[in-house]
Design a protein around this ligand. Structure first.
Ligand code: NAI
Ligand SMILES: O=C(O)C1=N[C@H](C(=O)O)C[C@H](O)C1
Length: 247
């Protein structure tokens, strides 16, 4: 498969270019970054792209790819319901084209999210702490937002009660942001890459589920899996789980 990388000179894009270049069954045909023409993808015959760019530009990139029947494996964050609807609308006009958007391509992070959702109905309390490098544009992280959504859905399905919190007075931000009723706290620390803790608590005990991406190579096995299986998943897929046969 011929592959183009969008955001090729970025932190993750650089690691993805190296990884794709090492595979016998994948050929890196386009390395596109800010200011480069997207037409390069068509001229080079790219059959699929990997996008690790910026929330402000990813939709424009995806519209171009879908219009040209190029599959997309997307790590860029910043998606919301309006963006999902827009993507589904574009994909309806391009049967056979697949777009995978995964908030985290690291296998450990996917499992961390799954374990957190599985544990959540068994505990009264649950909060999420995400820790990243300070050059990250978005907060909370896409991973934290998705973890909160999965945890909230698991609790709803189990009929869990409200999460206890007696706070009546707080400085703005002191209790973090709320995503689907789950508190999410973001730290930006030089030296870190991407880390997350889900802390659950019940009477007399806590359970902490932690994942650490220590290097951006942690994202490349999931990206390669996405490329190898994208033809099997036409339309929009959110999250790597189906590609890992986890759903
Ligand atoms: N899903 C996942 O597993 C992961 C997702 N991310 C997300 O990926 C995105 C990128 O992260 P980083 O690599 O750390 O950022 P970065 O800032 O290091 O790299 C982004 C690159 O995109 C380039 N770019 C900007 N506009 C462009 C355009 N229109 N076309 C092509 N390239 C363009 C920039 O010049 C830069 O080289 C962020 O949204 C981040 O949250 C990051 C790590 C893992
Ligand atoms: O910007 C990053 O670095 C990361 N972004 C993704 C996110 O927002 O969840 C994935 C990972 O946390 C690294």
């Amino acid at each position: 498969m011929k592959v183009g990388v969008l955001g090729a000179r970025g932190r993750v894009g650089t690691a993805v270019c190296l990884a794709v270049g090492e595979q016998d069954d994948l050929e890196l045909v386009a390395e596109v970054d800010a200011g480069d023409a997207l037409e390069q993808l068509v001229e080079s015959g790219a059959e699929a792209v990997v996008d690790f760019t910026h929330p402000d530009v990813v939709m424009e990139n995806l519209r171009f790819c879908i219009e040209h029947g190029i599959h997309a494996v997307v790590g860029t964050t910043g998606f919301d319901d309006a963006r999902w609807d827009q993507l589904r609308g574009w994909l309806a006009e391009a049967p056979g084209t697949g777009v995978l958007v995964a908030p985290n391509f690291s296998i450990g992070a996917v499992l961390m999210m799954r374990f957190a959702a599985e544990a959540a109905p068994y505990f009264e309390s649950v909060e999420i702490v995400e820790l990243h490098h300070p050059d990250k544009a978005d907060a909370p992280s896409g991973t934290a937002a998705r973890t909160a959504a999965l945890v909230a859905a698991a609790r709803r399905a189990a009929g869990s009660g409200p999460i206890p919190d007696a706070t009546t007075s707080a400085l703005e931000g002191a209790r973090g942001a709320e995503v689907e009723g789950i508190r999410v706290h973001g730290l930006r620390i030089r030296g870190l890459v991407a880390h997350q803790e889900v802390i659950l608590g019940g009477p007399g005990e806590t359970l902490t589920i932690r994942h650490d991406s220590l290097d951006r190579v942690s994202f490349t096995p999931g990206v390669l899996l996405g490329l190898r299986r994208i033809r099997e998943f036409p339309g929009l897929t959110v999250g790597l789980e189906p590609f890992l046969d986890l759903d």
